[in-house]
Design a protein around this ligand. Sequence first.
Ligand SMILES: CC(C)(COP(=O)(O)OP(=O)(O)OC[C@H]1O[C@@H](n2cnc3c(N)ncnc32)[C@H](O)[C@@H]1OP(=O)(O)O)[C@@H](O)C(=O)NCCC(=O)NCCS
Length: 372
Amino acid sequence: MALDDHAGLEDIEVLKSAICEINQTHLSFRGYSIQDLAANASFEEVVYLLWNDALPSKQELKDFTTQLRAEYSLPREIVEHINHVPREAHPMAVLRTLISSLGLYDEEAANRSIPAQQKKAIRLMAKIPLIVAAIERHRDAKAHVEANPELSIAENFLYCLSAKVPDKTTARLIETALILYAEHELNASTFAARVTAATEADTYSCIVSALSTLQGSLHGGANQRSIEMLLSIASPESVIEYITPRLAKKEIIMGFGHRVYKNGDPRVPILRTLCEALAKSEHEKKLFTTATCLEEEMLKRKNLHPNVDFYSGLAFYLLGLSADIFTCVFAMARSAGYLAHIAEQWERNKLIRPRAIYSGKKNLTFAPIEKR
Ligand SMILES: CC(C)(COP(=O)(O)OP(=O)(O)OC[C@H]1O[C@@H](n2cnc3c(N)ncnc32)[C@H](O)[C@@H]1OP(=O)(O)O)[C@@H](O)C(=O)NCCC(=O)NCCS
């Protein structure tokens, strides 16, 4: 097998996992299709499913929700830390830093027992949305909002962002995006989390590895980059003028293409429909039409389909979120998947340590510095 055929580990299966199944047209979590979950489940149910390999009963969901809501608060030091970070710092850089800090205030950070790992997973799932909301409010010079334990994760995130309890429709739209983003097999950031987990590093370190990997524009950073691109295209009529020179120069059009899905990302139709319903004003409708024109042109010219980040970027924009926090919203959802994979890695752990084929110089003799 030629190494170049698998650059970027393309098509290489490196481990067995029972969490998420992806093929060219289908995506399911623990056996349930993403369409079914997006239409019927709450985000909390999906998190439970990912972590427990079964949907919760009524009582199990109640207990799980109670445990999550009991963790709806941030250590005072973390809130102070947020209030001191530079306002212009990118929210993903702040989130990565803050998750690292959060570990310092968790007495069980280094405790590798299963009950401690489970408590840390719950803590992280509950606190990451609070951190994201607090970062955004700090950027806008607004006071920190304490979480509301009556609300779901999606509702609470919106509440902590705006200090207003969201209406059910808006909360459900965000929740749908969280469900779609919750897990995606061995994407780059989840793989990074598993590589870190395999060294027996602590949970916080695994999540920091994952977030560091997620923020790049070829991965989670694409939702921000794709809305910025869409907003820079003045109208549907400008799509051809926008992409022609860029494709000629072999530039990447953000939000298109996928390592696994070559015939379309199954999350896209759900998000496209959601965007269409959200686009109300003339500007929003024009933006949606521009997006669909771009989709048609990219398919025609490059046979490339939009991916989840293209339409989630548009959906988050239409929901009024600032583009700079789009990747953080992806992160708070995907943390469910990271934590499922970290736990699965530890069930039968083996250090992940591949080999490289050496292609450098050989047999050189060291020369003293004055002779070089
Ligand atoms: C996601 C991505 C990294 C997958 O990359 P990959 O699996 O390595 O795919 P390749 O780079 O081999 O792509 C195959 C061809 O399509 C082109 N291509 C892929 N995505 C493209 C895009 N978004 N815009 C323009 N051309 C693209 C590549 O340049 C390559 O062309 P070539 O054969 O002429 O060299 C890539 O599609 C991309 O950069 N997309 C934009 C970023 C993005 O949206 N990321 C989020 C992913 S969910």
